[in-house]
Design a protein. Structure first.
Lengths: 110, 351
């Protein structure tokens, strides 16, 4: 199952444990080095879709400083999906890296 | 800008945006709103418009899904079954109003035999909660009512048959077609079960026939029925228009019911009472409010014509054949949708 970059980084941000919405979006931005910036509406839309696909689930809700926070955690399927996607991306990256290395090696041999 | 003003601004904008969430998803709206507030706190005030729009959009995006879910959860089958008796009783009254004042010869033609017999059979079937009896009666009524509009029995070309809502009159015969089709659907939704106890059956039968009895009391005795007057125009030798007539045609060549104020008033009051009563009872009986919504949908176009015809929203003549009736028909349709939505929402909460 191929994941969109936003979904990938949302799932990746939950690898270390349950997080609430704002923490997920901050972590996703940090992991993607600013590539993925999610607004609250987009983030919860994505989380809703991922919950429907069984990739994440709501862990708890709590009110902090008068603000309601909903914590999400990865399910087994979610963890599997993000690991698979990471391997797919790594293998895709390897193809290009090997091709970039080969001409240099060829030049060295010559 | 002071910190207090800033906080108020952020809370005001995000709070307003979160109002787009439907009532049933209010907690989700609060979670998204508070997340947006955290984001604005973290990123600065420049993020407020972006976050505000995203919260509003998230709320709007959930609405169609929520509405679809509510409509899916609505008790359609129960609603269709519950409307059979009142609808069959109303259709019988409509045809009695068409028949009594103008029909003056016997035996009955097959059209009238089907209309009156069919609608009476539908009432009896609905009282017995008998699926096939009700469906048979309603189908006979529908066939006889729709036939003349397709040219059957009028001995005229299809183009000359009366249009459904020509001129300023409200053709109640044509207006009965959709409700009769709805009655067939209702009949087919009746649960398969044995007859109700005799006492309940008699009560239902009395309830179903009571409006017809009231109509008969109102209409009888009938003064001399009016024959159909036919005026024909032709061009005279000098090119002037000459009116020939009146000649008297058969008393009632097709089931066209003249606009009757008492009938329209009675139907309007019954519909208004049904809307109010079922709306108030929606919490415990969502299928009743859904049934009212369905009936209102089936008569929304005639209701628009009645509104045009009678004084409260009378419009100039040139509007009659334009978009005005359609625009006006949207109002009862909108009310019907609100009723159906309420039924769906209540039913989904009960589930």
């Amino acid at each position: 199952m191929e994941l969109r970059p936003a979904s990938y980084f949302v799932l990746a941000s939950l690898l270390d444990g349950p997080l609430h919405g704002y923490a997920i979006s901050s972590r996703a931005a940090e992991l993607s080095e600013g590539e993925v910036r999610l607004t609250a509406g987009t983030l919860y839309g994505a989380l809703d879709r991922m919950a429907a696909r069984g990739l994440v689930e709501v862990e708890r809700e709590e009110t902090v400083g008068g603000r309601l926070r909903r914590y999400y955690r990865l399910t087994g399927a979610g963890r599997e999906a993000v690991v698979e996607e990471a391997e797919r991306l790594a293998s895709a990256a390897r193809v290009v890296q090997e091709r970039r290395r080969r001409p240099r090696e060829a030049k060295g041999l010559a | 800008m002071s910190a207090r003003t800033r906080r108020r601004l952020v809370e005001g904008v995000t709070g307003l945006a979160s109002l787009t969430f439907p009532r049933t998803r209010r907690t989700d709206g609060r979670v998204v709103r508070d997340c947006a507030r955290d984001s604005v706190d973290g990123a600065g005030l420049w993020a407020l418009p972006r976050e505000g729009v995203s919260v509003a959009w998230a709320g709007l995006r959930t609405r169609p899904r929520e509405a679809a879910f509510e409509l899916r959860s609505a008790p359609w089958r129960e609603a269709l079954s519950v409307l059979t008796l009142p609808l069959a009783a109303t259709i019988l009254v409509v045809w009695i109003f068409g028949f009594i004042p103008r029909y003056d010869h016997w035996p009955l033609g097959e059209g009238w035999a089907l209309l009156l017999g069919g609608s009476l059979l539908a009432v009896i079937g609905a009282a017995l909660q008998h699926r096939w009896l009700t469906a048979l009666g309603a189908t006979a009524t529908l066939v006889a009512a729709a036939g003349p509009y397709l040219g059957a029995g009028t001995e005229t070309a299809l183009a000359d048959t009366p249009s459904f809502f020509h001129g300023w009159r409200v053709d109640i015969g044509a207006a009965s077609l959709f409700p009769t089709a709805l009655l067939i659907a209702g009949a087919l939704s009746l649960p398969r079960r044995s007859l109700p106890p005799v006492r309940a059956l008699m009560a239902r039968l009395a309830l179903g026939l009571a409006p017809a009895v009231v109509a008969l009391v109102h209409l009888l005795p009938v003064p001399q029925p009016e024959p159909t007057r036919i005026y024909t125009s032709t061009l005279g030798p000098g090119g002037e228009v000459m009116i020939i007539g009146p000649t008297f045609g058969p008393p009632y060549p097709y089931p066209w019911i003249p606009s009757s104020r008492p009938l329209i008033a009675a139907l309007g009051i019954a519909l208004a009472v049904a809307v109010v009563v079922t709306w108030r009872r929606a919490r415990t009986h969502p299928h009743h409010v859904l049934a009212t919504g369905l009936v209102l949908t089936s008569v929304s176009y005639p209701v628009a014509w009645v509104a045009i015809r009678f004084d409260p929203v009378a419009a100039p003549y040139w509007l009659y054949n334009g978009a005005y009736p359609l625009l006006l028909a949207a109002l009862p349709l909108l009310l019907a949708l609100v009723l159906m939505r309420r039924a769906g929402r209540t039913a989904s909460q009960l589930h």
